[in-house]
Design a protein around this ligand. Sequence first.
Ligand code: GLN
Ligand code: ZN
Length: 761
Amino acid sequence: MITTHNLGFPRIGAKRELKFAVEKYWRGKLTESELQRLVTTLRQKHWQQQDNIDWIPVGDFSFYDQVLDASFILGNVPTRTNIDLHTELDAYFRVARGRSVGDTEASSIAASEMTKWFDTNYHYLVPEFSSTTEFKLQADRLLAQIDEALQLRDTIKPVIIGPLTYLWLGKSLDRTQPLDLLNKILPVYNELLELLFKRGIQWVQIDEPILATDLSAEWCEAFKNTYSRFSKNRPRILLASYFGQLRENLDWACELPVDGLHLDVSVSNSDVAQAIELLPADMILSLGVISGRNVWKSDLNTLLDWLEPIASRLQSRLWIAPSCSLLHVPVDLSNEEKIDREIAPWLAFAVQKLDELNILATALNDGRQAVADKLKDNAEAIAARTNSPRTRNLDVQQRVKDISADDTQRQSPFPARSIEQRQKLNLPIFPTTTIGSFPQTDEIRRTRRQFKSGNMPEPDYLKKMRSEIADCIKRQEQLGLDVLVHGEAERNDMVEYFGEQLIGCTFTEYGWVQSYGSRCVKPPIIYGDISRRQAMTVGWTEYAQSLTDKPVKGMLTGPVTILNWSFVRDDQPRQTTCAQLALAIRDEVLDLERVGINIIQIDEPAIREGLPLRHRDASAYLEWAIGCFRLAANGVRDETQIHTHMCYSEFNEIIQSITEMDADVITIEASRSNMELVNAFVDFEYPNDIGPGVYDIHSPNIPSTDQMVDRLQMVSEHLPQERLWVNPDCGLKTRKWDEVSPAIENMVTAASILRNLVAVN
Ligand code: GLN
Ligand code: ZN
């Protein structure tokens, strides 16, 4: 018999029940026991939705983040938390977000750092280590969930993050090397394994996704040492890797003394033949055949063609599963009532993916005829998608084929075109600008909602939005900014706004995916060749420019960011889809230029996060990603100034590629890291203009003029001042006007102080 299992289920709830419950708790509108009752119901529901699977995960539920859960289970809680003063849950939320219910500004603490979970769009809370770090098992919350699940069924599989991945994800506050902590952490894992064993748990899933990354010899050794030192009194271990192939890590991973190995075969199955040869004869091989990263229905018949010979060879040693936790996909397609009728049958969310798994297992165990109808339906859906004219636009395909090197090239190199831009724009030294969005007031959000739900006629909507733009322009003029923006009032989200207007993209009503904590995103679904129906931003920008003599900067989201923040079709290379997006944005850029917009910003905050996990795959990605940005940006005349913006980025690794983007101006997040992020640009001698953010927009605090003067002086010691811009870290849409106005006023004053200093010297 072939066994099915699941690695993790989305916890946020099909209608974001978890989000609303914890936010209510934070506002003090729900007691802890009410919250606990709510999430218990939610967990039960999720287990029931996995009824058709042999082994279901427990411990995949989290109030905020699974890595933070691991920190609590291991007793590695930052000392600033003062855990004794709070319930465990409040201590947990304080570490996660700085405060919990009842905390004030004064009683809050520094939240843990957050960063991307491998190459996904999910953010985890970074564990902190130092030489004084001690671990102590605190498994009560996990054990309670296990008991809860055991009341429903026996075949449950607790999920824990493995010790190596846990250490690898953390950051050291001193010189302690994460691996130095291995001897301290191992006993706690053993204690946990023994506890689970005593409870009668048969299988435990230990997640070690770092197996799919480049590991140094030291880390490989650490794996061997650690896994051979696990207690004998433990459940059987299913070692789970995901997000890529094991490649050179496969040999030794197959020799680890565990009871099963899970491989992600959703993108490539090139590890499998070797794994079958290498695995000891009593070890389980789990194949992650259903993608946990996208929303497309799997081609079950083709999968069966591949799986059947493997199944007949491995027999009951074969397990099948989704490739990774289903955390990264929406919950249930059957909630979608308004979804595009033709496209819906092409899709599978978490619940549907588990159905697919079940069909595969039945076919493998009882023969395809046992699920003949379902396989036929599946084949029809796959064929419908393949043959649908909606996925194809021959003109767009031809345009992609016709792209030439010339299309990605500016007319002249930066030094020459920058002279023309200076003449045209006539800006002072240290020009001031913002990143695009201004506060999204309740009024703005209400207007958008009313229009979208059909409760406001279009002319009224246009009028309202125009008055928001006019207000925004007036405020910017009063504040004395040099380069203005229209304010982005019409945008709910920088990707969704464009996705909604592009042909080849569709949207769901409940296709939410957890991004971090209670924050969810609803990624567009790119199903077909991309093209523009009509100009997407020109009307707003042109109107804004008509109100002022100052230059208004047009504001676009770049192709790579749209790609990386969407569910992307899997029937052609990502780079082809990205090139199509680039062409659409290029058309928009040229339209803006045509109506007299002289500065155009193309945001690319997500370039860095698309970087493959393996070093040797990085250059190919960067080459096409940068090429697509250049294709979008570089059709303009010399005198048109192209800006780009990036945030949340570690720039060091990709600084060469950022330079190759060849934007005239790049604005980056810098003040939050106290200008540290600028170093990459200094060291690399970044050749074009740069605006290192001097105002941390993530904080409600208003930066003082002095502070910003200091920051500017700090960078102007290392970068030529005639190439410096003055701007905030990022967009201001989450802030209030009474924070933004004084902050920008101080920023403008800071710029003028610097100008005076230049004039004097
Ligand atoms: N232009 C966008 C804004 O100002 C940029 C947002 C971002 O970088 N994430 O909101
Ligand atoms: Zn930003």
